[in-house]
Design a protein around this ligand. Structure first.
Ligand SMILES: [Zn+2]
Length: 100
């Protein structure tokens, strides 16, 4: 049986992080914009929401929208890392960052 020599086999493309896919990024940005606009105020500190400083936490059908400051100080430290790994976190600061 004939086998393709190793040097002639196609080079597999490196796995692409879907987070930085332009379309996924646009969809996630609009999702965070919508969530921030719907919430208007942060439920913890009553600060007016800004999409670029908003964090959307989703776990199954439950969604929580908080400002980035409350996420860093109040909410994230309370969640166990293994629980956080099962949640989807959309951080406006990351979505609107320059890189990617
Ligand atoms: Zn807040």
């Amino acid at each position: 049986m004939y086998h393709t020599p190793a040097h002639k086999q196609p080079i597999p493309k490196p796995a692409r992080d879907p987070f930085f896919d332009p379309m996924v990024r646009t969809v996630n940005r609009n999702l965070v914009k919508y969530a921030a606009g719907s919430a208007i105020f942060c439920p913890f500190c009553s600060e007016i929401m800004d999409a670029k400083r908003t964090v959307v936490l989703s776990a199954g059908s439950i969604t929580k929208v908080v400002c980035a400051r409350c996420w860093d100080t109040n909410l994230k430290p309370l969640i166990k890392p293994e629980t956080l790994a099962r949640c989807e976190v959309l951080d406006g600061r990351v979505l609107w960052s320059k890189k990617g």
